[in-house]
Design a binder for this molecule. Sequence first.
Ligand code: SF4
Ligand code: SF4
Length: 114
Amino acid sequence: METLPCHGCKGLCCGPVPVTEKELKKIQKKIKTMPRKVRVELENQPRLFGTCIFYDINQDRCGIHSVRPEVCQAFGYYQDLVCFRKPELATKEKLIFKERPIGHLSIDFTWKNF
Ligand code: SF4
Ligand code: SF4
């Protein structure tokens, strides 16, 4: 599958994302098993208002990539989740959530929840 040209975007499309209960639990587990130094460094990075609390600005990538929510994995490939840098990759129809989201990361769930 052709991939998105994310390098250099610096989290441009990483805002508050919907998260399901299962996804939240997975993220909590991941954060808990992170070396303390890594967690503290990620937690305290300066981010622009609205940027996802897990975006790793120093490494220009998702700080929880292996457990990122479904919507993040789907971004760029669905007609309701179009990447403006490569809109031609959004060939799939609307993303249907398998489970109902319980809130948004960065709004309903912030670092104090992890
Ligand atoms: S999905 Fe698109 S806007 Fe988002 S980081 Fe990747 S290339 Fe940039
Ligand atoms: S969880 Fe990761 S991929 Fe999803 S919005 Fe946050 S930083 Fe971006």
